[in-house]
Design a protein around this ligand. Structure first.
Ligand SMILES: NC(=O)c1ccc[n+]([C@@H]2O[C@H](COP(=O)([O-])OP(=O)(O)OC[C@H]3O[C@@H](n4cnc5c(N)ncnc54)[C@H](OP(=O)(O)O)[C@@H]3O)[C@@H](O)[C@H]2O)c1
Length: 285
């Protein structure tokens, strides 16, 4: 089946948008998910024209909200009987601690629980594909942190001068741990799951925070970051390359398998994170 069906979150900007562009050029059916409806419809239109591919659709969802994740999963499952590729990419850093309307710390909600819930809700559709891939965009920023199970909402983790960096690091660590635990659960099925670091990428990442943080990040990106095209190479590789067919539970950077931190490889912590993520998403049904 060459006409792959692929859902990409955070596909209206940055790494996700370029990933969508390149996969759209392959003739794949794409479902783009992001929070801004106007921007999303515009990007879908632009990608349809750029890729000469009419099978590019937009679905609006604030993925920090579990009710939106559930709605979008339901809508997708109703229309498409199978999903060949799921790319969990939408993510952000929040310099000031915030909680969603559902009472969850926003970094945890968007960067981890969204990946966890969306993937689990779409697993039946992924299993319906002959060979399916789950690609989770994580980060090298996971290095040096551990999941603090006593402070998942990062109340103590938000500190002056460090802002939301710790919460972000933990959420990206969670992406890698979730991927490993998921791959174990998918053993014996036709679905693989891998995570990746895209590189330090010149995107809109962090810009919504404003202030000194956004300014410093902007300067860093201007001089030290790679292009969004380069940053999209590893997600595109994991989504489409025959070289990684059957490869699962691994972490990649620069299109090569890498070893994540010891904390990311801790199986007991991975299982604990899975259990707590189930609890934290169960109430939203
Ligand atoms: N940039 C880097 O250096 C870097 C490094 C390592 C890892 N990463 C990871 O790469 C991924 C993509 O980042 P990026 O650099 O491409 O960032 P970006 O340019 O800010 O793009 C983020 C995308 O996510 C969407 N999004 C943000 N919040 C959302 C929400 N609540 N609900 C739905 N969609 C939402 C955005 O939609 P809007 O268009 O509506 O804003 C946008 O499409 C993230 O997971 C990030 O952690 C980035």
């Amino acid at each position: 089946m060459d006409q792959k069906i692929c859902l990409i979150t955070g596909a209206t900007d940055g790494i996700g948008r370029v990933t969508a562009l390149e996969l759209g050029k392959l003739g794949w059916t794409l479902i783009l998910v992001a929070r801004n409806a106007q921007k999303g419809e515009r990007v879908a239109r632009e990608l349809r024209a750029a890729c000469r591919n009419e099978e590019i659709f937009f679905k609006q969802a604030d993925l920090a909200l579990q009710r939106d994740v559930r709605r979008v999963a339901r809508d997708v499952a109703e229309v498409w009987p199978r999903l060949d590729v799921l790319i969990n990419n939408a993510g952000a850093i929040f310099w000031k601690r915030q909680e969603t309307a559902e009472g969850v710390e926003r970094t945890l909600a968007l960067n981890h629980l969204n990946y966890f819930l969306l993937t689990n809700l779409l697993l039946d559709r992924l299993k319906a594909a002959p060979k399916a891939r789950i690609v989770n965009v994580a980060s090298i920023a996971h290095i040096g942190e551990r999941i603090d199970f006593d402070d998942l909402g990062c109340v103590k983790g938000y500190k002056r001068f460090k802002g939301g960096w710790t919460a972000y690091q933990r959420s990206k660590l969670a992406n890698i741990m979730f991927t490993a635990a998921l791959a174990r659960r998918l053993e014996g099925t036709s679905v693989t799951a891998n995570s990746l670091h895209p590189g330090f990428v010149r995107s809109r990442f962090g810009k919504d925070n404003g202030g000194l943080f956004a300014l410093i990040l902007g300067i860093g990106m201007r001089f030290g970051a790679i292009s969004v095209e380069k940053g999209a190479e590893t997600p595109i590789y994991l989504a489409s390359s025959p070289a990684v067919e059957g490869v699962t539970g691994k972490y990649f950077a620069d299109c090569k398998q890498k070893t994540p931190s010891a904390a990311a490889r801790d199986e007991a912590a991975q299982e604990r994170l899975w259990a707590v993520s189930e609890t934290l998403t169960a109430g939203s049904r």
